[in-house]
Ligand binder design. Structure first.
Ligand SMILES: [Ca+2]
Ligand SMILES: [Ca+2]
Ligand SMILES: [Ca+2]
Length: 143
Protein backbone atom coordinates (compact mmCIF):
# COMPACT_ATOMS: atom_id res chain seq x y z
CA UNK A 1 0.00 0.00 0.00
CA UNK A 2 1.37 3.42 -0.85
CA UNK A 3 1.71 6.04 1.81
CA UNK A 4 -0.93 8.09 0.03
CA UNK A 5 -3.39 5.21 0.16
CA UNK A 6 -2.65 4.59 3.86
CA UNK A 7 -3.27 8.21 4.65
CA UNK A 8 -6.49 8.16 2.68
CA UNK A 9 -7.68 5.01 4.48
CA UNK A 10 -6.77 6.45 7.84
CA UNK A 11 -8.62 9.65 7.05
CA UNK A 12 -11.65 7.63 5.99
CA UNK A 13 -11.52 5.57 9.17
CA UNK A 14 -11.23 8.67 11.30
CA UNK A 15 -14.15 10.26 9.48
CA UNK A 16 -16.21 7.10 9.98
CA UNK A 17 -15.33 7.15 13.69
CA UNK A 18 -16.42 10.72 14.05
CA UNK A 19 -19.67 10.00 12.26
CA UNK A 20 -20.31 6.96 14.44
CA UNK A 21 -19.70 8.96 17.60
CA UNK A 22 -21.92 11.75 16.35
CA UNK A 23 -24.60 9.18 15.51
CA UNK A 24 -24.49 7.72 19.01
CA UNK A 25 -24.68 11.13 20.60
CA UNK A 26 -27.64 12.03 18.40
CA UNK A 27 -29.49 8.88 19.43
CA UNK A 28 -28.77 9.30 23.12
CA UNK A 29 -29.16 13.04 23.49
CA UNK A 30 -32.41 14.12 25.10
CA UNK A 31 -33.38 17.20 23.15
CA UNK A 32 -33.62 20.14 25.54
CA UNK A 33 -37.38 20.44 25.11
CA UNK A 34 -38.55 23.99 25.60
CA UNK A 35 -41.03 24.30 28.42
CA UNK A 36 -44.49 25.23 27.14
CA UNK A 37 -46.40 28.21 28.49
CA UNK A 38 -49.45 26.77 30.21
CA UNK A 39 -52.48 27.79 32.24
CA UNK A 40 -53.69 25.56 35.06
CA UNK A 41 -57.19 25.98 36.47
CA UNK A 42 -57.20 25.49 40.24
CA UNK A 43 -60.86 26.08 41.05
CA UNK A 44 -62.57 27.37 37.98
CA UNK A 45 -61.26 30.27 35.95
CA UNK A 46 -61.36 34.01 35.57
CA UNK A 47 -59.05 35.11 38.38
CA UNK A 48 -55.31 34.97 37.81
CA UNK A 49 -53.75 34.08 41.17
CA UNK A 50 -50.13 33.38 40.31
CA UNK A 51 -47.55 33.14 37.54
CA UNK A 52 -44.46 30.95 37.81
CA UNK A 53 -41.45 31.55 35.56
CA UNK A 54 -38.71 29.30 34.26
CA UNK A 55 -36.01 31.91 34.85
CA UNK A 56 -35.33 34.77 37.22
CA UNK A 57 -36.68 38.24 36.51
CA UNK A 58 -40.02 36.82 35.27
CA UNK A 59 -38.48 35.45 32.09
CA UNK A 60 -38.51 32.23 30.10
CA UNK A 61 -41.58 30.03 29.89
CA UNK A 62 -44.41 30.65 32.35
CA UNK A 63 -47.13 28.77 34.16
CA UNK A 64 -50.30 30.74 34.83
CA UNK A 65 -52.71 29.67 37.54
CA UNK A 66 -56.35 30.69 37.52
CA UNK A 67 -59.04 30.24 40.13
CA UNK A 68 -62.60 31.46 40.57
CA UNK A 69 -61.87 33.91 43.39
CA UNK A 70 -59.14 35.87 45.17
CA UNK A 71 -57.07 34.49 48.02
CA UNK A 72 -58.46 35.14 51.49
CA UNK A 73 -56.66 37.59 53.76
CA UNK A 74 -55.56 35.07 56.35
CA UNK A 75 -52.30 33.21 55.72
CA UNK A 76 -53.39 30.39 58.02
CA UNK A 77 -55.49 28.67 55.38
CA UNK A 78 -54.60 27.14 52.04
CA UNK A 79 -56.56 28.84 49.27
CA UNK A 80 -55.30 26.85 46.28
CA UNK A 81 -52.85 24.06 45.59
CA UNK A 82 -51.14 22.47 42.62
CA UNK A 83 -50.08 19.05 43.92
CA UNK A 84 -47.98 18.15 40.88
CA UNK A 85 -46.63 20.51 38.25
CA UNK A 86 -47.69 19.88 34.66
CA UNK A 87 -45.74 17.52 32.44
CA UNK A 88 -46.36 15.99 29.06
CA UNK A 89 -44.71 14.61 26.00
CA UNK A 90 -41.10 15.84 26.12
CA UNK A 91 -41.50 18.36 28.92
CA UNK A 92 -41.83 18.49 32.70
CA UNK A 93 -42.21 21.65 34.74
CA UNK A 94 -40.71 19.94 37.81
CA UNK A 95 -37.51 21.54 39.08
CA UNK A 96 -37.47 24.54 36.76
CA UNK A 97 -39.21 27.45 38.51
CA UNK A 98 -36.97 30.40 39.33
CA UNK A 99 -39.26 33.40 39.88
CA UNK A 100 -42.86 34.11 40.81
CA UNK A 101 -45.54 36.80 40.55
CA UNK A 102 -48.62 36.96 42.76
CA UNK A 103 -52.07 38.24 41.92
CA UNK A 104 -55.51 38.44 43.53
CA UNK A 105 -54.17 39.00 47.03
CA UNK A 106 -52.18 35.77 47.09
CA UNK A 107 -48.71 34.82 48.25
CA UNK A 108 -47.06 31.62 47.05
CA UNK A 109 -45.25 28.78 48.77
CA UNK A 110 -43.10 26.41 46.69
CA UNK A 111 -42.33 22.85 47.78
CA UNK A 112 -39.47 20.55 46.88
CA UNK A 113 -41.69 17.49 46.31
CA UNK A 114 -45.22 16.68 45.15
CA UNK A 115 -48.22 17.25 47.44
CA UNK A 116 -46.72 20.20 49.31
CA UNK A 117 -43.98 18.16 50.97
CA UNK A 118 -40.25 18.45 51.54
CA UNK A 119 -38.35 21.73 51.78
CA UNK A 120 -40.23 24.91 50.93
CA UNK A 121 -39.68 28.58 50.24
CA UNK A 122 -42.25 29.86 52.70
CA UNK A 123 -44.79 32.33 51.34
CA UNK A 124 -43.14 34.60 48.80
CA UNK A 125 -44.00 38.00 47.40
CA UNK A 126 -43.00 38.74 43.80
CA UNK A 127 -39.39 37.95 42.96
CA UNK A 128 -36.82 35.23 42.60
CA UNK A 129 -37.04 32.02 44.58
CA UNK A 130 -34.30 31.70 47.21
CA UNK A 131 -31.25 30.02 45.72
CA UNK A 132 -31.75 27.01 48.00
CA UNK A 133 -35.04 26.33 46.19
CA UNK A 134 -34.11 27.51 42.70
CA UNK A 135 -35.09 24.86 40.11
CA UNK A 136 -36.45 22.53 42.83
CA UNK A 137 -40.21 23.18 42.94
CA UNK A 138 -42.62 20.28 42.35
CA UNK A 139 -45.78 21.55 44.05
CA UNK A 140 -47.26 24.90 45.09
CA UNK A 141 -49.67 26.41 47.62
CA UNK A 142 -51.32 29.83 47.51
CA UNK A 143 -52.90 31.71 50.39
CA1 LIG B 1 -35.17 27.87 36.34
CA1 LIG C 1 -37.82 18.91 43.46
CA1 LIG D 1 -55.53 32.85 52.53
Amino acid sequence: MTTTKRVARRAAALAAGVIAVAGVSLVNAQPAAALPNLTTYLSGSGTLVGTEFEHRNYSGAYLSYEANRNCTLTLADSDFEDDSLPSGLGYDWDNDISSVKNWAGCVTNHFENDNQSGASTGYLLDGALPSSMDDRTESIRWT
